[in-house]
Each structure stands twice: as structure tokens, then as C-alpha cells.
Design a protein around this ligand. Structure first.
Ligand code: SAH
Length: 473
């Protein structure tokens, strides 16, 4: 078999990026736009030793789990990788992905802990759940300014209108911004040359409050004149009177990172407000453009609820919330702890966390700005601050080795690990559970429970909450 050959394949599995997997003559093929259960005619795009890549040309016999996607761009857009799979099949795929990683990467025995069924969203096909969207700017072949999404693994822009996973209402704002840019002859950023002004349009919405934040990311210090900025504000307010916060983000770096460090508020407040309810507690949160906030508010209530129930606090504990963002988990924890200390690296998020504590009348939560792997060992190992329970919620790359080392040296009774990437979770669990022979010193942990939560329907991503209890040696 060679590149460009046409082959027929039955898809028997799906890979971590949502690609179909099928076998032919002993070769494994990773197949674009195919779902488990399909038989497809495909063209080979690349051959390697023992495996290859192919692209579906025609679905010969569709899988019983294949559905008509809710978005006409689903197969091209890089945002939703598995929208052509029914929701129950998506959930099964995600559970399997977490299990595979725990077994293969974590070396964990599935019978030694409780693996709970994934917490799904309520609807048959859950749509309009994302409270934050970052649309890149581009131009159509006719030269019209548009916003959209990149096609999978490329920087080719697709003008997806009415994205069905975004909370409703972005379209009016997108159109108003593009029309404003056309009328005022603003330029669009070009990634190749690093020239042009408009980079991304960030829209955030409070799911529970309806407040809207618009942040325009530009390759420059200003839009133009003050009059132009005033006209921009007026255009946005006319498009959507719920726009509560308008800002410019300055990003002059030649980078894939969307947001720069500098923010200029043009109108309204620097933040919008969101409300989250967990059990009996309702808390309010201020969110500014630079700080992290979970993108699916409804499922965040499930995620945090699980973390709180796993922490099972009695009221006399000192709890560390490492990677705390705007202090969301910390503030829920504080209601049933003696003290909570949140650690976060982004200064703007720490500002929000302090504001949020004040906003909710909470005085037993403290927030420290810095790296978890540096601040936690300093405070607990050198300054002897207590740490009874530790909650971890790192970004995709997982925990730094220095932090895992400190956790084993400190040995808190309980660790609750919230993870958005089950591969790095499994890697870290291997170390914490004593499964890695090169890590001998310190406490080891017993994995008790794993709870996957579907925060991002139609994508391959899955969140998990894990409970670890210190093993008795
Ligand atoms: N628990 C929070 C945020 C989780 S996202 C919530 O649910 O909202 C992960 C956070 O970790 C981000 O806010 C990111 O800025 C922060 N972060 C990344 N690396 C870090 C590090 N080394 N130390 C501390 N915080 C870090």
C-alpha cells in the first residue's frame, strides 16, 4: 500500500484526537472524518512503518452511532472533533479514553478503585454551552473581513456563523465588529508577516447573569483615534445592549498565544459577573479577560460539586487549592474548611480571587501569586504551614515534578486532583500512587475514585476528578 491508494476500511476504534482507527493488511490506519462502526472508502495520505494515515472519501456503510452534526462546518472546523458521533457514543468514547490512560500510562489496576459513570449534560444533543469564544479575524477570498475558526490543525480560517456550541448571541457582535472594521478600513493581522491590527475577538458571557464581555485583541496600542474608539463602543452597545465590559488587549508578539499581557478597558467594568451554585451555596464571581474561568458554567457546578464531595471537609482543615484561577473552588471549599490558601500564577486572576472573596463575604481564604511548585513547598516544608487537604487543578500539561515531590514529602491526608487531560493525570497518578520505582521517598497514595465529567460536548476533551487518600505505610 502506498500514498494516494484508495482503500476500504472498517473503523473499529477511535484515537485520542477523535480520528477513526481501522486495520488493513496488518497496518493500522488513522482515518480523518470516520467514526467507530463506519465502513469507509478512504485515500492514504501518509505511510509509516507499521501504520498510516488516511482521509475518508465516502462513508460506505455508516455506523449506528453516526448522526447528522448540528453544525454544517463540523467536519472541517477544528473546534468540535466528534460532532458526528451520537451523544451517548461520545460519552462512551470519553470514559474509554480516561480508562485507557489510567491503565496504559498510569499502570493502574481498574479493579482497585471506583470508576464512576461520566456526568453528562441533560440534553439529548447539548448545544450552546460555551461561555467564552475567541474568534480569529481573517478575510474571505473577496477581501471581506470575517471572524471564524481555524480548520483542524491548520490556520486556515472558516467563517462559521452561529457556532452551535457558543452561548447564543455572538453573531450580532461578530457582524457589528466586522462591519465597523470595514467602515474604518482597519487591517487584519497576518500571521506570516506579523503585520495588521485585528487578531482575535474574545466574547465572554455570564451564563447565569447574561452579562457580556467583548475584548478585541490587537497588534498595536490603540484602535486609532479616541473618536474611533468611542464609535467602536457605540457600535457594540447598539449590537447588544447587554455588553457590560469592552476592552482592548494588546498583543504585539509573533506568537500563537491569543492574549497579550496588557489590557485597556474602554467602557464599563474590567470584568463581568457569573454565578455558580454548588449544593446550597451560591457564589458570585468576577471574571476579567485575562483570567481563567471554566467555559461550561452548568457542568462546572457538577465538577466543583464532585471536588467538594471528594474533599469531604469537616471544618477544621487547612486546605490548599493549587492552580486556583479566580479562586472559584477555593471559595466553595472555604465554606466548610478552617482555612483555604489558593495559589495561582496569573496576577490578574489573583486580583479577581481576592475581589471574589470580598464579594462573597469570605474571610478564611487567602490567595498567593506564584508557581504552585515553588510556593507550596516553600510555605509547607520551610515555613511549616499546615496542609491537611490539597486540591489540584493544573492546566493540560499536569503538575510539575517539583510539586509532586513536595506533595509526597508533605503527605497531606487527602488529595483531590481535577484534571482536563487524563494522559497527564495518569502520568502524575503513577508517581503519587507509588507506581514509579524511581520515586521512592515520601508518602504514597491510594487511588479511591475517578469521576469523569463532560464539560465539552462534541470535542474529544474530558475532565476528571480524582480522590487520593494517603496510604498507611
Ligand atoms: N481551578 C480554577 C482554575 C483551573 S485552570 C478553576 O476551576 O477556575 C488552571 C490554572 O492554573 C490557570 O488559572 C493557570 O493560570 C494556572 N497555572 C498554570 N501554571 C501554574 C503554576 N505553575 N502554578 C500556579 N498556577 C498555574
Amino acid at each position: 500500500m502506498n500514498k494516494n491508494d484508495r482503500i476500504e476500511l472498517t473503523i473499529t476504534d477511535m484515537g485520542v484526537k477523535g480520528e477513526g482507527i481501522g486495520k488493513k493488511e496488518g497496518y493500522t490506519f488513522f482515518v480523518k472524518n470516520a467514526v467507530i462502526g463506519d465502513t469507509v472508502s478512504a485515500v492514504i495520505t501518509k505511510m509509516k512503518k507499521g501504520y498510516g494515515y488516511a482521509k475518508t472519501l465516502q462513508v460506505l456503510s455508516p455506523s449506528s452511532d453516526r448522526i447528522d452534526p448540528s453544525c454544517p462546518e463540523a467536519s472541517r472546523c477544528g473546534g468540535c472533533q466528534i460532532m458526528e458521533l451520537s451523544y451517548p457514543a461520545q460519552l462512551k468514547y470519553k470514559e474509554q479514553k480516561v480508562k485507557n490512560n489510567l491503565e496504559r500510562i498510569g499502570g493502574l489496576d481498574m479493579s482497585s478503585f471506583e470508576f464512576l459513570p461520566i456526568i453528562r449534560m441533560g440534553e439529548e444533543v447539548p448545544l450552546h454551552y460555551r461561555n467564552k469564544m475567541q474568534y480569529p479575524f481573517g478575510r474571505t477570498t473577496q477581501g471581506r473581513i470575517v471572524t471564524g475558526f481555524y480548520a483542524g490543525r491548520t490556520h486556515y480560517l472558516i467563517e462559521t456563523k452561529n457556532c452551535p456550541v457558543a452561548l447564543q448571541g455572538d453573531e450580532k457582535i461578530r457582524q457589528a465588529v466586522c462591519a465597523f472594521a470595514e467602515q474604518n478600513a482597519l487591517s487584519v493581522y497576518d500571521e506570516e508577516t506579523g503585520t495588521g491590527l485585528l487578531r482575535h475577538l474574545l466574547i465572554r458571557r455570564g451564563y447565569a447573569t447574561g452579562q457580556v464581555m467583548v475584548c478585541l485583541v490587537i497588534n498595536g496600542d490603540e484602535l486609532g483615534t479616541i473618536e474611533l474608539e468611542r464609535a467602536f463602543i457605540a457600535a457594540l452597545k447598539e449590537a447588544d445592549p447587554a455588553v457590560h465590559s469592552i476592552s482592548l488587549n494588546i498583543n504585539k508578539e509573533k506568537t500563537n498565544v491569543i492574549l497579550g499581557k496588557t489590557l485597556r478597558c474602554l467602557s464599563g467594568e474590567r470584568y463581568i459577573e457569573e454565578k455558580i451554585t454548588c449544593g446550597k451555596e451560591l457564589l458570585r464571581f468576577q471574571i476579567s479577560p485575562l483570567s481563567f474561568f471554566q467555559v461550561n458554567t452548568l457542568q462546572t457546578e457538577q465538577l466543583y460539586g464532585t471536588a467538594l464531595s471528594f474533599a469531604d471537609l469537616k471544618g477544621d482543615e487547612t486546605v490548599w487549592d493549587l492552580y486556583c484561577g479566580t479562586g472559584t473552588i477555593s471559595l466553595f471549599l472555604s465554606k466548610s474548611a478552617k482555612k483555604v490558601i489558593g495559589v495561582e500564577v496569573i496576577p490578574a486572576a489573583i486580583e479577581d480571587a481576592n475581589e471574589n472573596a470580598w464579594l462573597n463575604g469570605i474571610d478564611n481564604a487567602q490567595f498567593l501569586c506564584g508557581k504552585a511548585e515553588e510556593l507550596f513547598p516553600e510555605a509547607v516544608l520551610q515555613e511549616n504551614l499546615p496542609a491537611d487537604v490539597v486540591v489540584l487543578d493544573p492546566p493540560r500539561k499536569g503538575c510539575d515534578a517539583k510539586l509532586l515531590d513536595a506533595l509526597r514529602k508533605v503527605g497531606p491526608e487527602k488529595i483531590v486532583y481535577v484534571s482536563c487531560d487524563s494522559a497527564t493525570l495518569a502520568r502524575d497518578l503513577k508517581i503519587l500512587t507509588g507506581g514509579d520505582p524511581s520515586w521512592k521517598d515520601g508518602a504514597s497514595y491510594q487511588l479511591k475514585k475517578v469521576q469523569p465529567v463532560d464539560m465539552f460536548p462534541h470535542t474529544v476533551h474530558v475532565e476528571s476528578v480524582v480522590l487520593l487518600i494517603k496510604a498507611e505505610n
